[in-house]
Write a new protein. Structure first.
Length: 419
């Protein structure tokens, strides 16, 4: 059967100066029939110029997985409101480079102002109470100490008098009964001193306990004040890290609640590539595999640092950490393409990957003869594949030329005639 071709007929109207150009075209149906006619031997006839071809080569083949993704910061800081507050000033916009102490926002919280005032008063009141208590207890301790020293002095006087009386009594100057009375007085004073000493020691120990309780109370109120003050200081919102402002979630005059997001900051020096690979290829990826990442401006090398166990939309997320500092143009959310190097096959036969041929598949292809006029169907055993090429295990010879276009419509034919 001959190929039917109908030519389009166009009518043109010549241009005239000052007139409006009118073009009338009658478009006839153009029928381009490729591979629908049969040659004399019954094989479908295909227009050779409409096909793509590949030739079997031999050498080293890298098995790899290609995937698209974005650059993402590995370190992200979300700043949130620490109290119910009103946004007074917004000092930055998305894209602003900031340092750790850069002020981003200022907030005002009446509740936190009052809480800070009360916390400070409680701390100061407890501190003053501690000072007064120390003074009171020290005075009581001094009184006990004075009394104890007086008793010691009385004891020494009584003991000296007792010794003198004993010496005189032995000479018969005074009766011995007087020495007995002095001896009793000395013994009583000694016992009283022992009791007062015990009392003094116990009171000294009790002072330590009482002051510890008071000091703990002061520490508690001080800690509370410092905690409230720290929250109050956070009303002046600072970056807390070097990076780039990603999101500003509030505007001036906006009222926020505790925990509301204010600003998002990304560390631009910790960018990684987040690639999405098909779930079926996820099993082939191992942490540490080398990856080429195309940043559009240049290609940089990295390594697989993490494989997300979660599958989303039949894809797995793979994180890539880079081997060197990224160029200045690198920024969060930049679209990138990555090539993960899975394996290196040495000295194997391979060919540009035919359409719809999967890795490790047995499939039919059409092999073109030397004069290029015919193609014969042949079964081929394929092996590992890269992004563009696939290993040929058997069924083809070095130098064979095959059709790599989609040949599914002719796969039931043994031959194709190439016109």
């Amino acid at each position: 059967m001959d190929i039917v071709k109908e030519k389009s007929t166009w009518g043109f109207v010549n241009k005239h100066i000052g007139s409006v150009i009118t073009v009338s075209a009658i478009v006839l149906t153009i029928i381009i029939t490729v591979g629908l006619s049969a040659s004399d031997n019954g094989a479908p006839t295909v227009e050779k110029e409409a096909l793509l071809y590949g030739q079997v080569q031999q050498g080293d083949l890298s098995k790899e997985i290609t995937a698209s993704g974005i650059l993402a910061p590995e370190k992200v800081r979300w700043l949130t409101a620490v109290a119910r507050a009103e946004v007074v000033d917004v000092l930055v916009k998305p894209g602003t480079k900031v340092k750790e102490d850069t002020v981003l926002l200022t907030l005002k919280s009446t509740e936190l102002d009052e809480e800070l005032k009360n916390a400070r008063w409680e701390w100061e009141e407890a501190s003053s109470s501690l000072v007064l208590e120390k003074s009171k207890l020290n005075n009581e301790l001094l009184a006990l100490k004075v009394n104890l020293e007086k008793l010691k002095s009385d004891y020494e006087s009584a003991r000296v008098q007792m010794l003198a009386e004993k010496e005189i009594a032995e000479k018969g100057i005074i009766p011995k009964v007087m020495t007995a009375q002095s001896d009793i007085k000395v013994k009583n004073l000694k016992r009283i001193i022992e009791i007062e000493k015990e009392r003094f020691d116990e009171f000294t120990d009790s002072i330590k306990v009482q002051l510890q309780v008071r000091e703990s109370r002061v520490d508690l109120y001080k800690s509370r004040y410092e905690s409230v003050k720290q929250k109050h200081d956070l009303l002046t919102v600072k970056a807390g890290m070097n990076g780039i402002v990603q999101v500003v979630s509030v505007v001036e005059g906006h009222n926020v609640e505790i925990g509301n997001t204010l600003v998002n900051i990304a560390d631009n020096n910790s960018l990684i590539a987040e690639l999405r690979i098909p779930e079926t290829q996820g099993k082939d990826v191992v942490i540490g595999y080398p990856v080429e990442v195309d940043l559009r401006s240049e290609v940089v090398m990295g390594k697989v640092s993490r494989i997300d166990p979660q599958v989303i939309n039949n894809t797995v997320k793979v994180d890539v950490r880079f081997d060197k500092t990224l160029p200045n143009g690198a920024r969060p959310d930049l679209s990138v393409d990555g090539t993960i190097k899975i394996a290196e096959l040495n000295n194997v036969m391979f060919i540009k990957k035919p359409s719809a041929i999967a890795e490790n598949a047995n499939a039919y292809v059409f092999v073109v003869d030397e004069d290029g006029g015919n193609a014969v169907r042949r079964r081929v055993n394929f092996g590992a594949a890269s992004s563009q090429f696939i290993q040929v295990k058997s069924g083809l010879e070095l130098g064979d030329k095959i059709i790599i276009s989609d040949v599914s419509r002719w796969i039931g034919s043994e031959n194709l005639t190439l016109d």
